[in-house]
Design a protein around this ligand. Structure first.
Ligand code: ATP
Ligand code: MG
Length: 473
């Protein structure tokens, strides 16, 4: 098998080979770069492994390119890295790792290229290409990685129980690569993940979530989440999501399996948007359903208020998964809270004021909310989906018309809290907030026009009424 390199890549590989030869080291391209080249996927990260001192090799190569080239050294990982044009090149000495059951940290010693390949996570990630004079360009594949690439198989270099027990993050990586590449995990490997699932607890949540986000950014995240669920890994770190699994029946009536429905919604969103956080909103949109589930006699299953419960659960889940705590979390919580609103506008007799309210509440996130809501229309009944989607189009049209007329998105009411304090000589207080909300609601309801004068008059009336009521008391 040949790999095709750019001019820059060939140039730097020859240089690395020549410098290593002068230093009497053997060196190899290894891992993700080799895999991705063979799969013709774009790749910029190059890993070089050499027998002996990888850091010294990095410095010598950098010096041979230019005395000014800066080399970064990562002490904890024993690696050194520099950039060459677009390429990110990382050097490491070949290692032999031995794990013992009483310690999480392996015993690391210098090793051969094969020792280094053995400690890799997957056969397809253990491929190496020689950069040495005597066999430059030769593929070194002791674990059948090429065969697995051809057959689209995820397999570990060693017995899977050993590979996963040594570093349980590899279970997440196996599922992530299966999802990203559309590969199949062998039964033996999948069984090993199932039996080692609890070991994932020794891995930091940040690293687990990195893999989760990579799954989330694939074209069909459902593939990865289904594997995570079926292997038992998902329940270890995200039980709120696996609580959505399953269907209950009462009086012969069942509800949707909310887990698989959710995965369908995530895939639907993924087909329309690459935004990671919109995909997270899809994953969490029904997360409040288990807590709100009820069977109502003569009516069936209900999940009243699940959007509010879901909104409240979002910060905790973000904290638990070590996802960002600020804007992104607020954005996801907001979409979860609003996810039923657009569809509720497909009913008949919807007033312009209901439209204005949604425009105001969604603001700049309206398009994303509409993608989420449209993606939420899933049913086995194709006719039903078609009818819903047609109604949904009508809502979109009407929202557009109302927005053009009233310019509600990014709208601020004509009177600010400061203006109210000044007008009525009030200190910052709840009363100011109440007046401000009353003005905003009156405008959104179409009771008064959207102008300062109307708002002023309205507040005077409110105040007068209030004083009148107080006098009567
Ligand atoms: P990507 O860059 O798309 O995440 P990658 O395979 O290049 O994929 P990196 O994290 O860049 O992943 O790691 C580079 C190489 O290091 C891998 O191809 C693999 O050989 C090895 N590797 C990474 N993480 C592990 C691990 N946890 N256990 C064993 N080997 C690993
Ligand atoms: Mg990489």
């Amino acid at each position: 098998m040949e790999i095709s390199c750019t001019k820059e890549e060939s140039k730097i590989f020859e240089k690395i080979g020549a410098v290593a030869s002068e230093m009497r080291l053997s060196c190899f391209l290894i891992g993700g770069f080799v895999r991705d080249k063979l799969l013709e996927r774009p790749t910029k990260d190059i890993d070089i492994v050499c027998t002996g001192d990888g850091i010294a090799l990095a410095h010598a190569v950098a010096k041979a390119i230019s005395p000014k080239l800066k080399v970064n050294f990562f002490k904890t990982f024993g690696t050194a890295q520099f950039r060459y044009h677009e390429l990110d090149i990382e050097f490491v000495g070949a290692r032999k790792e031995s794990y013992s059951s009483h310690s999480r940290k392996p015993d690391v010693t210098e090793g051969t290229i094969e020792d280094d390949q053995k400690r890799r996570d997957l056969s397809i990630n253990a491929l190496a290409i020689s950069l040495n004079k005597e066999d430059y360009g030769k593929l070194i594949d002791p674990f059948g990685g090429i065969e697995d690439l051809k057959n689209k198989i995820i397999r570990t270099p060693l017995e899977p129980g050993i590979t996963f027990s040594d570093d349980p993050l590899r279970m997440m990586r196996a599922i992530r690569f299966a999802t990203q590449l559309g590969f199949t995990i062998t039964d033996e490997v999948f069984e090993a993940i199932r039996s080692h699932k609890e070991r994932i607890r020794i891995i930091s949540q940040e690293r687990i979530t990195d893999e989760l986000n990579k799954i989330m950014l694939t074209p069909k995240p459902s593939v990865g989440f289904d594997l995570l669920y079926r292997s038992g890994l998902l329940k270890e770190f995200f039980p709120q999501l696996t609580d959505l699994v399953g269907v209950d029946y009462i009086e012969g009536k069942g509800h949707k399996d909310n887990f698989y429905h959710t995965l369908q919604v995530v895939d639907n969103v993924a087909a329309q948007s690459n935004d990671l956080w919109l995909r997270w909103a899809a994953l969490l949109h029904d997360i409040g359903k288990p807590a709100t589930k009820k069977f109502e006699e003569g009516h069936g299953w209900t999940f009243h208020g699940h959007e509010v419960v879901g909104e409240r659960m979002t910060p905790k889940i973000f904290r638990q998964l070590k996802l960002p705590q600020h804007e992104k979390m607020k954005y996801v919580a907001k979409l979860v809270a609003l996810h039923l609103r657009p569809i509720s506008l497909t009913k008949e007799d919807i007033t312009d004021s209901a439209m204005r309210r949604l425009l105001f509440d969604a603001g700049e996130d309206l398009e994303d909310l509409m993608i989420l809501c449209e993606s939420d229309i899933t049913s086995k009944n194709k006719l039903k989906v078609k009818r819903y989607l047609e109604n949904f189009e009508l809502v979109k049209e009407r929202l557009k018309i109302v927005e053009e007329k009233d310019k509600i998105r990014n709208w601020q009411p004509p009177i600010t809290g400061e203006a109210i304090m000044e007008l009525f000589g009030l200190p910052p207080s709840r009363e100011v907030g109440t007046l401000k909300t009353a003005v905003r609601e009156a405008i959104l309801d179409g009771v008064i026009p959207n102008s300062y004068d109307a708002a002023y008059e309205f507040m005077m009336m409110q105040k007068a009424n209030e004083l009148g009521i107080r006098a009567l008391k």
